[in-house]
Design a protein around this ligand. Structure first.
Ligand code: SAM
Ligand code: SF4
Length: 477
């Protein structure tokens, strides 16, 4: 087993449900690793490639490596790690906006309470059914439900919505994993939501920098930094060990935010012995009544660089990239080990079921940068040799810590993830793909089958593929 948990990097006095972040500590670490020797940078990259989880100091070394040559070496390191550990799978999902009522005033968000232009609505059960049906008809199997923060969206409401989504089945379609992005709850609230069978619960800290946090969160419960930063501790206390953290890039210095994310990972590992399931790092986008400011703007170059740094720093955590990014950025950072992307995304309320010719900025939470359909994304991925996956096997077989297993259990990807990617992709090709995508997809599957030297296993996989072609669904290892 690789040395992932290095006790030296934990602050041993971390406690459950208490803020752990000390801004001075983070700045000290960044400062003491300024202008790193190129040799040191290479050592750190080599340690990550050797399957070690990086310390805060080591991550600061990578963040401070500023020459074009070293940045390229970091990106190359991330590419290698991705190839070596994760192979070619990319998991696909779609967000579904359930309601945009919100009591908070986050300066950057179109849903903020004092945005008069926003039409407020909450999907009715029929509307949820219509949206989910459209998503299933496109081929989706994994959704993330998104909610504003409002008394109406209490834990019972969220749990009922989750159950309802699971019940919608159209033709061969079904949603097999529902994740949540909603306001922080208390421990009992998280228990209620857990009982509905959710996958991951995501809460983004937005910025780990307290002063900035207070500047952009102008009212409502979300203004309470400590309640927010401890939210996923409460989720863990409630038994949800599958949590997603995130920072909204562009509010403060990205270097600090990357260190904040890593410190958050350390906290979970120190206190709950399990890191977060996923990390998200959306770059802030223009929203109704809000223009992105230049001060902390994260350039494309810095963005791609920080994704590579994160991959090396937390090699066993899922990295999520969203449709907020334009296609060319998505295509680049996929090479560094982003493990999940959304496809065919629509973030307008009722957006999937209504024909939309033009984006209506006033009604979306923010603008998105990639408007391709799920099938266009599939074709692009397949064309580049990636294996799009709708796999939900680990979650349904209660194999928790799947990213950790992928990373640390030899052969796990080959025996489970890759075949399951192939099987779920075949379902997509049978049920939803146009002829051209189907041909491309099966060609890629054939190529991948050749990689299996274990004939018995290859045979097993081929048999399951045949069963899918004959109409069986939901086969997995
Ligand atoms: N209301 C809940 C909350 O604030 O945590 C969950 C839903 S909120 C709609 C989901 C995420 O959208 C936020 O955590 C934030 O990071 C992101 N977001 C808000 N405004 C954004 C913008 N202008 N550009 C990019 N992402 C944005
Ligand atoms: Fe409300 Fe979330 Fe938007 Fe803030 S980010 S205004 S809490 S929906």
């Amino acid at each position: 087993m690789p040395n992932i948990y290095d006790p030296q990097q934990y602050k041993l006095d971390d406690r459950p449900m208490e803020n752990f972040l000390d801004a001075n500590e983070i700045w000290d670490i960044l400062k003491r690793n300024e202008n790193p020797d190129p040799q040191r940078v290479r050592e750190v990259i080599a340690r990550a490639l050797d399957k070690n989880r990086l310390t805060l100091d080591e991550t600061a070394v990578l963040i401070n490596a500023n020459t074009p040559e070293l940045i390229e070496e970091i990106k190359n390191g991330a590419r290698q790690l991705k190839e070596k550990v994760y192979g070619k799978r990319i998991v696909l999902f779609a967000p579904l906006y359930i309601g945009n009522l919100c009591v908070n005033n986050c300066a950057y968000c179109g849903f903020r309470a004092d945005n008069q232009k926003q039409k407020r609505m909450t999907l009715s059960p029929e509307e949820i059914r219509d949206e989910v049906t459209m998503l299933e008809d496109a081929g989706h199997k994994r959704l993330i439900l998104v909610f504003g923060e409002h008394p109406k969206y209490d834990p019972q409401f969220i749990a009922d919505t989750v159950r309802q989504v699971y019940k919608v089945k159209h033709l061969n379609g079904e949603i097999r994993r529902v994740n949540i992005n909603a306001a922080p709850l208390d421990v009992d609230g998280f228990k209620t939501v857990k009982d509905a069978g959710i996958g991951t619960y995501q809460v983004f800290q937005e910025t780990y920098h307290r002063d900035t946090y207070l500047k952009v969160h102008l009212g409502g419960k979300k203004r309470d930094y400590d309640w927010r930063i401890t939210s996923l501790d409460r989720a863990q206390e409630a038994g949800i060990d599958d949590v997603g953290i995130g920072a909204l890039l562009g509010l403060y210095d990205w270097r600090f935010e990357v260190m904040g994310l890593l410190r958050h990972v350390n906290h979970f590992e120190a206190v709950y012995n399990v890191g977060p399931h996923t990390i998200s790092f959306p770059r802030i986008k223009t929203a109704s009544g809000f223009k992105v400011r230049d001060d902390y703007n994260v350039s494309d170059e810095d963005f791609t660089r920080l994704v590579a740094i994160l991959r090396l720093a937390v090699p066993y955590t899922g990295l999520i990239l969203t449709a907020r990014e334009p296609a060319h950025i998505r295509d680049e950072v996929l090479q560094f080990g982003v493990s999940q992307i959304d496809g065919g995304t629509n973030i307008e309320m009722k957006g999937y079921s209504k024909q939309k010719n033009q984006q209506d900025l006033d009604q979306e939470q923010f603008t998105i940068g990639d408007n391709r359909s799920l099938n266009e994304v599939m074709e692009e991925l397949i064309g580049h040799g990636y294996l799009p996956s709708f796999c939900t096997a680990c979650y349904r077989l209660k194999r928790t810590g799947e990213h950790f297993m992928e990373f640390s259990v030899p052969g796990f990807i080959k025996r489970f993830c890759q075949p399951n990617a192939i099987l779920t992709m075949a379902e997509y090709l049978e049920d939803y793909a146009p002829q051209k995508t189907k041909e491309m997809g099966y060609h890629l599957i054939e190529e991948n089958l050749k990689d299996y030297r274990d004939e018995q296993f290859r045979e097993k996989l081929s048999q399951r593929l045949d069963r899918i072609k004959k109409g069986e669904r939901d086969l997995y290892f």
